[in-house]
Write a protein of this length. Structure first.
Length: 452
């Protein structure tokens, strides 16, 4: 195991924030304190690179930028590398002060001793201390950008499939992060970009999304179903599920035992003996009325089985998405008549709606659309799906498995929908409206910041 120095890069000027971000409070602790604590268990010593402050932790050593002040994060990294080289550390593990939460598996992901960085988050990196003089020479030559240094030292850019950190660039982002943390297991805060259809520009934003994970329900030792749910009030959920299924009365359920496992929960309860035969019958024959693709699976692991990434790369711009949104309503004949149907549309790269299918269930509408595309032999590799629905995990998975490279929905995503989109390299937009949409996952940088 390499001997590591941890370095918090905290030398920014915080112009957009309005005050020193290092001192900003998140759940009662400064962002700097959160960053230091995240490194403490991973490294032998932690240093802070950046300007001094009376509110910073007195017991942590502060390093001035090297070779001079005003060089941005590379000045701090250069100081940390020289310190590490002088003190006998093998490498430096860096985190920025203003990106949270910091992943528990950061060090394992970066694969010490480096150099390596997290793709799209280059200040999360690991740098051999032997690079100290090379970086100083790089800075003396006039190169100041982090990109130039990543390229110059040949750092590996590692794609991280977990939840990316929030860049706390302003009070709004900090407030969203605190809101998500205050909701505990029920919510997560994710970085997104807001796409403006009028200017065709994107801007950084944050979004609090509900958590969605599999809950494997076992009654009397029998795997009954796996339901996708928000992991709060699970005792109430399992009890209510049993009552709604007609399997027991309230006084017949002694309690619910909960076990966290493999990205989900197992919930176990004992029901009265009179329910046993029905449990066996229903466990054998249970199907999903909504075609969600989950009910009847008796394993959390099966519910989170790996999905192969989409091979196709979409060729869709903002104008095409807006065009599809503007014309979608005219294709929703069933919903116009009833006000109670979802629609799934396949749109080509120009935004023309090629096929539409409707159903009372959003999953059913998508299944119908995928079936229609297959039967008609439509080439779906460059187009996208537009859904009049909340973006849940199963809709993402269905789109990925069908080989369609992009999905846009008119409502918000769940946490698992975002995670599965990242795993499946699916371009995902949500909250798509006539004026804006949220770019939730953009693996091919179709909607890069401020890029028309």
């Amino acid at each position: 195991m390499p001997h590591l120095l941890g370095a918090v890069l905290a030398g920014g000027r915080s112009r957009r924030f309005g005050s020193d971000k290092s001192d900003a409070l998140l759940n009662g602790k400064s962002l700097l304190a959160h960053a230091i604590e995240s490194l403490d268990e991973r490294v032998a010593q932690v240093v802070v690179c950046g300007r001094d402050s009376s509110r910073r932790l007195a017991e942590t050593q502060i390093l001035a930028d090297r070779p001079e002040a005003g060089l941005g994060p590379l000045g701090g990294l250069c100081a940390a590398l020289h310190f590490a080289h002088e003190k006998g550390f093998d490498a430096v593990l860096t985190v920025p002060v203003d990106a949270h939460p910091i992943a528990d598996d950061l060090l394992a992901t970066l694969e010490a001793p480096g150099p390596a960085v997290i793709a799209d988050h280059w200040l999360f990196g690991i740098w051999p201390s032997a690079l100290a003089q090379k970086l100083e020479n790089h800075l003396h030559s006039g190169n100041r950008s982090v990109r130039s240094w990543v390229e110059a030292c040949g750092a590996d850019r590692i794609e991280y499939r977990g939840r990316p950190p929030i860049n706390v660039n302003g009070p709004q982002a900090l407030a969203a992060l605190e809101t998500g943390m205050a909701l505990g297991a029920g919510a997560e805060t994710h970085p997104v970009r807001e796409l403006d259809f009028e200017t065709l520009d994107t801007s950084d934003a944050t979004r609090v999304v509900p958590v969605e994970i599999p809950i494997a329900i076992e009654f009397n030792g029998i795997g009954y179903a796996v339901m996708m749910a928000t992991p709060t009030d699970l005792e109430d959920f399992v009890t209510g599920f049993a009552l709604a299924e007609g399997l027991a009365r309230p006084e017949e359920i002694d309690g619910v035992d909960l076990f966290e496992t493999g990205g989900g929960w197992v919930a176990r309860a004992n029901l009265p003996a009179r329910s046993h035969q029905r449990l066996l019958e229903r466990a054998r024959s249970r199907v999903s009325e909504s075609s969600c693709g989950i009910c009847g699976i008796d394993s959390v692991a099966a519910a989170l089985a790996p999905i192969d990434p989409v091979d196709a790369i979409p060729t869709v711009g903002p104008a095409a998405i807006k065009r599809a949104l503007d014309t979608m309503r005219s294709y929703q004949k069933l919903d116009q008549a009833t006000g109670a149907a979802h629609a799934a549309a396949f749109c080509n790269s120009e935004g023309d709606i090629v096929l539409v299918r409707e159903d009372v269930g959003r999953h059913n509408a998508l299944d119908k659309l995928i079936g229609a595309l297959g039967r008609a032999g439509v080439d779906h590799r460059e187009g996208f799906v537009l859904l009049t629905a909340r973006c849940s995990q199963e809709l993402v998975e269905k789109t990925v498995r069908a080989g369609i490279p992009m999905l846009a929905t008119i409502s918000a995503p769940s946490s698992l929908a975002i995670a599965r989109a990242r795993e499946g390299r699916l371009t995902l937009l949500a909250l798509a409206r006539s004026d804006t949409a949220l770019v939730v996952n953009d693996p091919h940088q179709l909607f890069a910041k401020n890029r028309p």
